[in-house]
Design a binder for this molecule. Structure first.
Ligand code: GLU
Length: 589
């Protein structure tokens, strides 16, 4: 428990002024730190990077106590559920990419939320075929998917855990019971949730806005209901969550909130009892001398990262400097083309045979890359026609708005690695709570329209289906050994942040500290987005002007990335946390 020394640090942080509350928009799914602080880095044989100091310290204590990277994930996730509930928790979903060093094998566990068997396929459209306002949908009970995080942790523990299941809950139970000093981001997120709308959730208001005001800055924040849920889960395991008292209370809470006149269909006891983690096949592609692996559908993020890297590799050849316009142009175009494919071809493969192999084939990626012009941007590129798509006639999904998520990376003393992204979707999810847990609104990640002009959308809503995600945990190999792990929150922009970071870390040999703190470029179908308040013009290169000359329409935006990265260099792991959030890297020497 010596790691609780970090409370002091949290106290020091609290003496800093609370930054202004940021706007909520598509590129700022959660709040953004208006002042970037120092990058947190750590190096050693075992490294943990999470979005919060208390979670990183708890995970490191688990490793020190003989736990595996998987035990440390469970510890970190349960602590994050208490201290960063705006982003992830037991009422959400997650993807885990796990490298098992002893078996030399890579695993992908899919704990994505699943639509209830009761779900209505047209639930996000009105009778006049208009889509529901996204913000309204996020508050609806219908937006709550069957939570998958707990089942993922259980399955991961069954396969890779070393400590007793319940031992990984001690710190989170303690923090929920005794309380923790709220971080600036936690408080800012409550304000943000208030602006998104909380009147539908009495439970949210009484926990996070007692008497209508924010929790006090220097007073430990307690969540006794969550402490009890964690205690029961520690004792009863998965059955307790999906079939036991936690499940029954969850359904009873939803029932209580259900307006008897409404047509709302939300999750049932049967849905909970039927939930299953899916073991997926990780997707990998060669990128120069590395092998980059990520998460397959229902994530569209992994496919986008691999496609964008492949396209960029083909276009850039050896032109590898951020000091050329070519680099920025090719990176933006690679992302834009990859996005056109993911909004068209990706959905849960339970509904359609997604042409995954075709989308990642060399010939296909080279063909796509060849349609990108050196001297002119292509706005609104069309999706391609990968092999395997011959009988699929989809319409592309119009972009939805949105998004709370967290990413963590852990390497343990034996070299097992976890790259884990976990989400409740919007800030504090649906803001509905049960047993102190935040319940997700992940079903708003489905397309709100299920078809356009008679053509279905791959990511349409269906009972028991998982919504397309952008979460893209990555592990990179060289000569068959892992050399880097990375991921980020950030909604639709996740693969953009990760591709920026991978090119810097791999090609340009940036250290983790540099890789997480440099300016980011992102795209939309018809414009290019440069990070606000970053230096886009040096005496040698005006990137804004250079891109404009190539026809890019440029906009500026703050980005709420939260990149967590570890990289192998000179016999050690080096980790860093994105300064745009409150992440912390810690290590064992
Ligand atoms: N719900 C999003 C997804 O699965 C993630 C949201 C976020 O990153 O904040 O893609």
């Amino acid at each position: 428990m010596k790691r609780f020394k970090s409370f002091k640090l949290v106290l020091v942080l609290l003496s800093l002024p609370l930054p202004l509350i940021a706007q909520v928009n598509w590129t700022a799914p959660e709040s953004i730190d208006s002042k970037k602080t120092k990058v947190s880095t750590a190096s050693g044989r075992a490294v943990v990077v999470t979005a919060n100091q208390l979670a990183s310290d708890a995970a490191l204590a688990t490793l020190e106590g003989g736990g595996s990277a998987m035990d440390a994930v469970i510890t970190a996730q349960t602590v994050l559920a208490v201290v960063e509930p705006q982003s992830s928790g037991l009422g959400g979903g997650a993807f885990l990419l796990y490298w098992d060093q002893a078996k030399q094998s890579l695993h992908a566990l899919d704990g994505r939320e699943t639509a209830s068997a009761q779900v209505k396929e047209d639930m996000w459209t009105t009778s006049a075929k208009k889509t529901f306002p996204w913000l309204e949908a996020t508050k609806s009970l219908s937006s709550i998917g069957v939570p998958g995080t707990t089942a993922l942790l259980w399955e991961g523990h069954r396969q890779f855990g070393r400590l007793a299941w319940k031992d990984n809950f001690k710190i989170s139970i303690h923090l929920a019971e005794a309380g923790f000093i709220p971080s600036p981001r936690f408080l800012r997120s409550i304000s943000l949730a208030k602006r998104l709308g909380i009147n539908h959730s009495q439970a949210f208001k009484s926990l996070y806005l007692p008497n209508g005001s924010l929790p006090k800055k220097r007073v430990p924040f307690q969540n006794p209901k969550l402490a009890l849920t964690l205690r029961n889960l520690a004792k009863g395991g998965i059955d307790e969550f999906y079939r036991g008292e936690i499940a029954k209370n969850l359904i009873a809470d939803l029932q209580l909130q259900k307006d008897s006149n409404s047509e709302v269909r939300t999750i049932t006891l049967e849905d909970l009892a039927n939930y299953k983690v899916k073991k997926r096949q990780p997707i990998c592609r060669e990128y120069r001398s590395w092998r980059v692996c990520s998460f397959p559908p229902p994530s569209g993020g992994g496919v986008a990262v691999l496609q964008a890297l492949g396209t960029y590799e083909h276009l850039s050849k050896k032109n590898l400097s951020e000091k050329t316009i070519g680099h920025w142009h090719f990176l933006a175009e690679s992302l834009r083309f990859a996005d056109a494919d993911r909004s068209h071809w990706i959905g849960d493969p339970i509904d359609w045979p997604i042409p995954l192999k075709g989308l990642l084939e060399d010939v296909y990626i080279v063909e796509r890359a060849n349609s990108i012009q050196n001297s002119k941007t292509t706005l609104r590129p069309f999706p391609g026609n990968p092999k395997g798509s011959e009988f699929l006639h989809f319409a592309s999904q119009p972009r939805t708005a949105g998004k709370g998520t967290t990413h963590l990376v852990i390497v343990d003393l034996d070299g097992n690695i976890a790259s884990y992204t976990s989400s409740v979707e919007t800030v504090f999810g649906s803001r509905h709570l049960s047993g102190g847990m935040v319940l997700n609104n992940q079903l708003t990640d489905f397309s709100f329209l299920s078809e356009i002009s008679g053509k279905p959308i791959a990511n349409r809503i269906k009972p028991n289906k998982r919504p397309m995600s952008s979460m893209s945990p990555v592990i990179v190999f060289r000569d068959n050994r892992p050399v880097l792990a990375v991921g980020s929150p950030g909604g639709w922009l996740i693969p953009h942040y990760i591709t920026n970071t991978l090119i810097r870390s791999l090609d340009l040999k940036f250290s983790p500290r540099e890789a997480v703190s440099q300016k980011l470029i992102s795209v939309r179908p018809n414009y290019t987005v440069l990070e606000k308040n970053a230096n886009w013009s040096t005496p040698h290169l005006n990137i804004h002007e250079g891109l404009k000359r190539l026809g890019h329409h440029i906009k500026y935006s703050a980005f709420s990335s939260g990149i967590a990265i570890i990289k192998w260099h000179k016999g050690k792991w080096h980790g860093a946390a994105d300064p745009r959030r409150e992440g912390k890297a810690v290590s064992l020497p």
